[in-house]
Design a protein. Structure first.
Length: 416
């Protein structure tokens, strides 16, 4: 197999999309229509900072495709959240919602900023300004934002409030809200829970006993920390984790409660006394059953894929494995469970939240968790079955299933 050279994040999604189109025999017109986003909005966000100076941030909302339902996807606050990155993530959301078969399209937002260096007042001002700037293109039946890297339930509460100022009380315009404002039980931990369910299914499929299976988690934010907790509960041994502060390993299994207490008091996992320090590159190269990259895109690339020592790579983050790296892993017999399947738990519970908001009828946690498990396990089985039947990777299978559903929805609605 030829190893693809390194690509930008959007080129990578287009590469997988094109592969799926070739496999499905999608014609050039539909391919051209579906490849690029339907709409890209760039806004300037002037914010009066606490020191009295004016700073102008740049925000984006990119709507990729809405053939299967309102545009859906998170809003990322990060210094590298540029147009290219947001475009890639928007496209990935189209395929993710289609794969788990929930009635949404794909979109993503982003503001280039460093939220960790901003005060709560500055963040609120920026978020409200962003919401007012994109008010015309979002809405309960148009486009429904949610949290992503650098944003959280508080960010969504500000977005909902700003949108509601112009449109009347509208809880269903964003998901991932606090419970008091119409959030869903289980939404905060949903992505990590989904990751753990996909590991459980893969353990069965690849015949790796879950009890005492060794797990390495890169990124200990909302996705990685919940995934680690659920996997620990399932009997796995979490032997190393890292975040921006550094990494820590303990071959006997990390004490996650102790680690969380350390994180709460110091702001990072670095320096935790229950293990030895490791660098990020050392962590990625550790021998383990499941390696879960749950931080940012591009963590595993052509330059370090040869060092990976896991039996399976499980993409908790969005596009953490580049196409070049996946080719190397595939050659080395290390399967990669793709982001659009592994981290779809978040948007799936976002769908439940949206449904509860529309119906003004809350669900309990038990129902949320049951429906989440049903949807994700069904998606896993479909991807596994197609991958086996056609002797293709899990990612190729997932993209083929997703692209086929969106193509059908586009065709049924008729081309101009
Ligand atoms: N940001 C999450 C993702 O990448 C969740 C999106 C949502 O809930 O709309 O899937």
């Amino acid at each position: 197999m030829a190893i693809p050279t390194e690509m930008t994040p959007f080129q990578a999604v287009v590469y997988y999309f094109d592969q799926a189109c070739d496999r499905l025999g999608v014609n050039d017109e539909i391919r051209a229509l579906m490849c690029t986003p339907d709409r890209e909005v760039r806004v300037e966000l002037p914010v009066r900072m606490d020191d009295g100076g004016l700073q102008v941030f740049i925000g984006y909302r990119i709507q990729h495709n809405n053939a299967r339902g309102p545009y859906k996807g998170g809003v990322r606050y990060h210094p590298e959240a540029d147009e290219e990155e947001v475009r890639a993530l928007a496209s990935l959301m189209t395929w993710k919602t289609a794969l788990v078969d929930i009635p949404f399209g794909g979109a993503k937002g982003g503001i280039q900023c460093d939220p960790r260096s901003m005060s709560s007042r500055e963040l609120q001002t920026m978020t409200r300004r962003f919401t007012h700037s994109i008010c015309q293109i979002i809405g309960v039946n148009r486009d429904v934002p949610a949290p992503d890297v650098g944003t959280n339930a508080q960010t969504m509460a500000w977005m909902m409030a700003a949108y509601s100022e112009e449109n009347g009380y509208s809880p269903g315009v964003v998901t991932g809200k606090p419970m008091e404002l119409g959030g869903s039980p289980g939404r905060n931990e949903a992505t990590g829970k989904g990751v753990s369910l996909m590991v459980r299914e893969a353990a069965e499929g690849f015949q790796i006993p879950l009890r005492d299976a060794t797990v390495v988690v890169q990124g200990f934010g909302n996705v990685g920390s919940w995934a680690a907790k659920y996997l620990d509960q399932m009997g796995c041994r979490i032997i190393a984790v890292s975040d921006v502060s550094g990494g820590v390993r303990n071959g006997g299994g990390l004490d996650l409660d102790g680690l969380q207490a350390h994180l709460d008091s110091t702001g990072g996992v670095f320096g935790f006394s229950g293990g030895d320090a490791v660098t990020n590159e050392e962590l990625l190269a550790l021998e383990c059953d499941f390696l879960v990259p749950a931080a940012l895109g591009g963590a595993i690339h052509s330059g370090n894929a040869a060092n990976i020592n896991a039996r399976l790579v499980v993409e908790g983050a969005n596009h953490p494995v580049t196409p070049g790296a996946e080719a190397v892993l595939t050659q080395r017999g290390i399967p990669c469970l793709p982001d659009l399947l592994v981290n779809a738990g978040g948007v799936t519970v976002s769908y439940f939240e949206w449904a509860q908001n529309i119906q003004r009828f809350p669900w309990d946690l038990e129902r949320v968790n049951k429906e989440l498990e049903d949807i994700l396990v069904r998606a896993y089985r479909a991807v596994e079955e197609k991958a086996k039947a056609e002797n293709i990777t899990f990612r190729e299978s997932a993209f083929a299933i997703a692209v086929e559903r969106v193509v059908r929805a586009v065709e049924l609605q008729g081309l101009p």
